[in-house]
Design a protein around this ligand. Structure first.
Ligand SMILES: [Zn+2]
Ligand SMILES: [Zn+2]
Length: 447
């Protein structure tokens, strides 16, 4: 029989968009399936110009923005495009975590193909579906347990929890008929759940894998500052202590660790943390997946309030959270007793909030990479207009370049494929085992 192969159908020389196909005899499985964040994806589709929802795969295939893989897509989404529908030829999709660049194209997948996710990821995906326009489609969802092997034909997959900026992230060890490999998903090395990442990499080393597929978001030149989660906490503590006005912060929407940090800092400073309705739903839905009391829940945890933005109509799912929510006028009057988590998309609320000049704004997300970032310019225009004081405080969800090299050496993997990175060449320092993959090429395992 032919040797098992690894094919990278996305995530090559770009951050996000991982799509990794493992073929072993008659068995084919895919790891992750989401859009990339690369500029190439925005050559044809941007915010205001999107594929048609009735023929999304057809519209993306027109510009080769998704792989031309037979037996993967749902019939409806292919429409009458040039990739004809065929019955499933992929026997399972494993999702490493709920970030859009890993799960965002599940909607396009043939509803007959099983999708394997961790239990927490399943919860996150349904909370996201409920509270946003994101759709993941109907699938036979298979929920896996930590470190419990799953068989798909002759392939065995073992999911290991890893630490990342969204909870319930996984790396995988994959055993084929002939050889093994490990896929890291997205991970960090020094976060609050670093032990999980360390245990995964120990298992990878014990397995003596033929191939290691490793993410490298922070590989290569990166002058941006980076803190630990504890560093973010002490920075926020300092700001809340020094500034007597309303404090504002913005975070990634699913970064539960950061929300917990903000909550703890607010409570310690005798303030309430005020979150959006969407965050309120997310916290309520994920809390049961954590040890009791670990996640602050609106309506139950003291010091946590919900922000009622100015809206004409509210959705059904929003209503339970809005009963006791604070409108911007009230946030304004109670300013010094509050820390408001405000998404950039909700900045028009500042017009009602009118924080006093010099009020602190904590940007708890990564700094823009380029100088001419449009979103960053718009954000600063707003901050300048309202005279807010900008503070950058972020702990990355990804391991640093030097940590990556250290981890690669410790695993002793025979071949290393850097993915989810714009700088695969930065990995070459790890030794001759490194191979920068090309899009769509099938690499025989162990060669
Ligand atoms: Zn990613
Ligand atoms: Zn991620």
């Amino acid at each position: 029989m032919k040797k098992p192969t690894i094919r990278f159908l996305g995530g090559v020389r770009e951050i996000g968009g991982n799509k990794i196909l493992i073929e072993d005899g008659p068995d084919r499985i895919l790891f992750d399936f989401g859009p990339s964040f690369s500029p190439r994806a925005e050559e044809y589709y941007v915010d205001y110009l999107q594929p048609r929802s009735a023929s999304k795969a057809k519209d993306l295939l027109e510009f080769d923005l998704i792989p031309r893989l037979p037996g993967l897509y749902a019939k409806e989404t292919l429409g009458d495009g040039d990739l004809a529908y065929t019955a499933p030829e992929v026997h399972g999709i494993f999702v490493s975590h709920a970030h859009a660049d890993h799960a965002g194209y599940l909607e396009l997948v043939d509803p007959a193909i099983p999708v394997h996710v961790g239990e927490g990821t399943r919860t996150l995906l349904s909370a996201i579906e409920k509270s946003t326009r994101m759709k993941y489609g109907e699938h036979p969802w298979q929920v896996f347990a930590d470190r419990k092997p799953i068989r798909v034909g002759g392939i065995e997959v073992v999911p290991y929890p890893v630490d990342h900026s969204i909870p319930f992230a996984y790396g995988f060890i994959v055993r084929t008929r002939e050889g093994t490999l490990a896929y890291t998903g997205d991970f960090r090395h020094h976060g609050p759940r670093a032990d999980d990442t360390h245990a995964f990499f120990r298992a990878v080393a014990d397995e003596k894998v033929d191939a290691l597929l490793i993410e490298g978001t922070r590989a290569g030149p990166d002058p941006r500052r980076n803190l630990s989660e504890a560093g973010v906490r002490s920075g926020v503590d300092r700001v809340l202590m020094e500034r007597p006005e309303l404090a504002l912060a913005c975070t990634y929407p699913r970064d539960i660790d950061r929300l917990r940090t903000l909550y703890a800092a607010a409570v310690a400073a005798d303030r309430d943390l005020v979150v959006s309705v969407r965050t309120a739903l997310l916290l309520s839905e994920v809390a049961p997946r954590f040890p009791s009391g670990e996640i602050p829940v609106p309506g139950r945890s003291p010091g946590l309030r919900v922000h009622a933005r100015k809206k004409r109509v509210s959705y059904l799912w929003e209503r339970p959270f809005l009963e006791d929510a604070l409108p911007s006028e009230e946030v304004r009057s109670r300013g010094r007793k509050l820390l408001l988590a405000l998404d950039l998309a909700h900045f028009p609320e500042l017009i009602d909030l009118r924080p006093p000049k010099g009020s602190p704004f904590i940007h708890s997300m990564s700094e823009p990479f380029s100088e001419d970032d449009v979103d960053d310019r718009v954000m600063h225009n707003w901050l300048d207009h309202f005279g807010l004081q900008f503070h950058q405080m972020h702990a990355s969800g990804h391991a640093s370049g030097s940590e990556l090299l250290e981890l690669i050496r410790a695993t002793g993997a025979r071949k290393v494929y850097p993915i989810h990175t714009e700088h695969p060449e930065a990995f070459e320092k790890a030794g001759p085992s490194v191979r920068s993959p090309e899009l769509g090429v099938a690499y025989p395992l162990g060669e």
